[in-house]
Design a protein around this ligand. Sequence first.
Ligand SMILES: *Cc1c(COP(=O)(O)O)cnc(C)c1O
Length: 379
Amino acid sequence: MGKYKIPFNKPSFAGEENRYIADAIARGHISGDGHYTKQCHALLESELGVKRALLTTNCTHALEMSALLTRCGPGDEVIVPSFAFVTTVLAFVMRGATPVFVDVLPETLGLDPRHVEAKITPRTKAIVALHYAGVACEMDELLALGQRHGVPIVEDNAHGLYGKYRGRWLGTMGALATQSFHETKNFTCGEGGALLVNDEALIERAEIVREKGTNRSRFLRGLVHKYTWVDLGSSWLPSDMVAAFLWAQLEARERIQSKRRELWQRYDRELAAWAPKLGITQPRVPADREQSWHMYYLLLRDTAQRERLIDHLERRGILAVFHYLPLHISEMGRKYGGREGDCPVTESVSSRLLRLPFFNSLSESEQGEVIGALHEFDG
Ligand SMILES: *Cc1c(COP(=O)(O)O)cnc(C)c1O
């Protein structure tokens, strides 16, 4: 932090975290699947209407579980956006699958269904749809494509909890969906995540791979007499103290989301006259979806303008950041054949996008300072 008066992100506390952690300790079950983990599962399942929610140690691990559950392996292909977080892709590559990079649409920065269709082959084992900034991808088109070719959709919903697409919650449409509760997300427990299982046929195996490849979950429910090693897997359960922290945040979900909505709408409103004068574009959400208020970004005219704006803000003690260097032309992406020009929208957006400070405890006056500093920037 130090150097910046207004950081890009700061962990925010909902209030009851310490109390619930102390309670988890007092209950005497501090490993995985204790009282608070079960409460988080029940909340996600009942509120979103997903068949099974499983807390994980982080979103990356939920993605690794997805790669196992969709049986991605050597010789298989997985269709992924190039405009993505590294582990959105890495989780599948870890199983030996080949990433096939596709471009995003300029309006939503989500997968371009036509580009996806062109890349489907008999080896395609999964399509990963990342709802960037919690704005849904073209899910009806992607689900239809998946159905036609017998390929499951995995939603990387790290940004999108409580966003909606045509009335449906994000994270409830793909066979599987992954959530992140990292410090930078709307709801956090420091490091944490969840796997949402919508395809009933995958529930039992999801429980097994999360429990070290054993059928311990079935044993605990009295469905089998002893538990034993039955499949691949790892140890992906967060401790119940971590779940207790998360529970405090999920319990405050309406307050947190409404604060984030206010922040987002204020940036949008108070930058509306300024941005177009400088050729800067504000994010837009199509009328058939509701965003999750995860981030506020600007699309600058070009990279040079972005550099000037970053410097301008830095001089005023404000940190703004950009992200998602195109994965297809990263050092690893090139090893899978990625070349400049393969994903032109990704390449363009990635060189121009800038994220503004955005976190639950950003105060009105701090946000006012950021907006004031932007208004002083003349191009
Ligand atoms: C944060 C993030 C992840 C990884 O989350 P972790 O919980 O840190 O593993 C994956 N995908 C996207 C889109 C993210 O933003």
